[in-house]
Ligand binder design. Sequence first.
Ligand code: VG1
Ligand code: CO
Length: 543
Amino acid sequence: MAIREISSSPYLDQKPGTAGLRKKVSVFQQPHYLENFVQAVFDCVPALKGATLVIGGDGRYHNRDAIRVVVAMAMANGVGRIIIGQGGLLSTPAASHLIRKHDAAGGFLLTASHNPAGPDGDFGIKFNIAGGGQAGEGLTQRIYERSKAIDGYRIYEGANVDIDRRGTVVIDRTSIEVVDCVDDYAELMQGLFDFDRIADWISRGNGVRFDAMHAVTGPYAQRILVEQLGAPAAAVINATPLSDFGGGHPDPNLVYGKHLFDLAMSEGAPALIGASDGDGDRNMILGKGIFISPGDSLAMLAAHLPRLPGYRSGLRGIARSMPTSRAADHVAKALKVPLYETPTGWKFFCNLLDAGDVTICGEESFGTSSSHTREKDGLWAVLAWLNTLAVTGQSVEQIAQQHWHRYGRHYYARHDYEGLKGPDAEAVMQAFSGTLGALPGHKLGDWEVTLADEFSYQDKVDGSLATGQGLRVVCGDHARIVLRLSGTGTQGATLRVYLERYESDPSALGWTVADALAPLRTALESLARIGELTGRNAPDLVT
Ligand code: VG1
Ligand code: CO
């Protein structure tokens, strides 16, 4: 045995945010920083001893170094079997699936999602539990507490596992398997969707374009879309994962995916355009002449899912995060299934999924997925759309129009104010919060405020209570304004403002989003005083 006990001093900033611990690469490169956090996880999850652990990442800078450390620490902490994606790659949904498939006691996902990568970029680590879900609030807090008291860690020296070569090696008492990162995931997708039907649809000349943004989904899209579904090679762009994501920002939305929007609006646009983010859990969906907002995508997929092979038995329920547009609520009502409203962050869906209460979940932040895994899943959403187009024979635009005519349309936008000074962001939240008590019964634009509060959520499975999950002003079904602070940023504070307006009159379905939301923007300025309190006249990002 070559296990060493190394002493270290705790860092006090290892509190995971919305989805894991995310920091600048330079922070993770501090002596013992990663090691302390990983040891804190092992200390808090004794079930890992003798059990299976999955390890993979989004391929960003520092991924390989970090994986080497996590593998060596897993060996020293008595893990029985380690499964690693070849090259250190695993998309977030694929990692979650491997944990489920192999009955692992957990997994380490090395990712900072869409945050820029490279030596000056971000790095991140996330622990997922048995069953594949993200560590919940309780465990996350325990890991954080442990990290503040840790005084050392255990690491195996001299293992030298070649993560580029597939196969199994046994070192001391640990078996280490390097697996193809796509195989199991591709098989899972084949079981959910009608690949023959999609392939036929593509072969009839319906164009597809998928942008992997030089991040982890390249190999997945290449295998599934090109090799299995017969799309031309050019259908997948930026397919090679790069450690700096090609210098880009793999966050598929109307800002960083503007080129895809332009493509969708161009002559000869493909029938379906999709993209995913750094770690493969987000998705962006466009069709010829149309962008589908994530809240709409959730609602439209929920409405069509029962026609797809993996979902023929129908939906158990639908879940969405609180700030996500309420478009899916109408579908739940029509299908007579429950609709769950949870705080932001996929971890809140996991207990509902495990309990079999929901089949599809979504967040406004370009996240959609189903009960097939315990993470959001970018490529799954693209395949669900492709399958829907293939079975309905309709275009994306037709599906959207039909949906809006049946259920009404939720105009929706998120405004992000990034890199704010912490106290300024807090001041906005305070100002907004201070107005809430007096609002119910008063007018906001043309509508009457029916509810104004701070959202909190009690998990019905484990009873845990999450408080402080966003401030909201609700005008019945008509409109909402929601404010919350981001939990994934690594620089300053990010304020997110979510605006939503619902219209069901057929003559009100074709407005621009900006026009529809104008009255809410005006109301927002007087309630939250963002300009006055932060000096910012406009958001940095509108998605
Ligand atoms: C953001 C999104 C949230 C998402 C989270 C992780 O969190 O708003 O919906 O679950 O990112 O997604 P926040 O706290 O910054 O608003 V990912 O693709 O970055 O793992
Ligand atoms: Co992500």
